[in-house]
Design a protein around this ligand. Structure first.
Ligand code: ADP
Length: 224
């Protein structure tokens, strides 16, 4: 379980992005974070990733309530900034990320098999030789998800793109994430902008506005 204890964040320019966040996410839970633009959703994920310094504590606790070491975290960002004209394929990207030694053009048979297996998990095996810049928003998101699954993390953080993915693409993505959760007993924190999908997939919804405004089942949060 991950526990936020009085987590707050004030940026250097004085903007208070998070105020006294107290929150628990259990193993195997699929928790959605919703909130207006500027509500602190990305800052919350960055705090877990260790990318922003914050006050308060993040604790990882086992089933007996004892603190454990840091978990393995997988992260799918909202955007990936790259030059879309770059002649890099999906396989090249994985090759660079998975190889233990400096490598570029030579892809070993082992890596190729591993990449195929990872892409199958996210229904993207047909994209292996596709150029990164030629992927649709939904395809790129699934490829990044496959990358976040190597190795299989304890905690998966997903920052849903605000635009660029159609409804079917999002539904497919959430379906895959939902299956992965069941299969690997993953804890998942997902920042979402699509309330219909939140209702369909979430165990719990956190409504954030710097502080936690609501924290309950989708039915209760959306009725409030
Ligand atoms: P959300 O993801 O919900 O849109 P963010 O976490 O990105 O919200 O931002 C929360 C608040 O913190 C916003 O007011 C934003 O302008 C501010 N903020 C985010 N990043 C920085 C930064 N690096 N420096 C200063 N202010 C920031």
């Amino acid at each position: 379980m991950i526990e936020f204890r009085n987590v707050s964040k004030v940026y250097n320019n004085g903007t208070e992005a998070l105020h006294n966040i107290n929150l628990k996410v259990e193993k195997g839970e699929f928790v959605f974070i919703v909130g207006a633009s500027g509500a602190g959703k990305s800052t919350l994920l960055k705090a877990v990733l260790g990318e922003v310094k914050h006050s308060g504590n993040l604790a990882y606790v086992d089933a007996k309530g004892e603190r454990t070491g840091n978990p393995l975290i997988g992260y799918v960002p909202q955007h990936l900034n790259f030059d879309i004209t770059m002649p890099i394929t999906v396989l090249d990207l994985f090759n660079v990320c998975l190889s233990n030694e400096p490598t570029w053009l030579n892809v070993s048979k082992n890596i190729k098999t591993k990449v195929s297996e990872l892409l199958i998990k996210v229904k993207a095996e047909h994209l292996i030789n596709r150029k990164l810049g030629a992927l649709s928003g939904g395809e790129l998101q699934r490829v990044l998800l496959a990358l976040a699954l190597q190795p299989v993390p304890d905690l998966l953080l997903l920052d849903e793109p605000v635009s660029g993915i159609d409804k079917n693409g999002l539904d497919l993505f959430y379906n895959i994430v939902s299956d992965l959760r069941m299969k690997h007993d993953l804890s998942i924190i997902l920042v979402s902008h699509d309330f219909n999908l939140v209702s369909k997939y979430a165990d719990r919804v956190i409504l954030l506005n710097k502080t936690i405004v609501a924290n309950d089942s989708p039915q209760v949060v959306f009725a409030s």
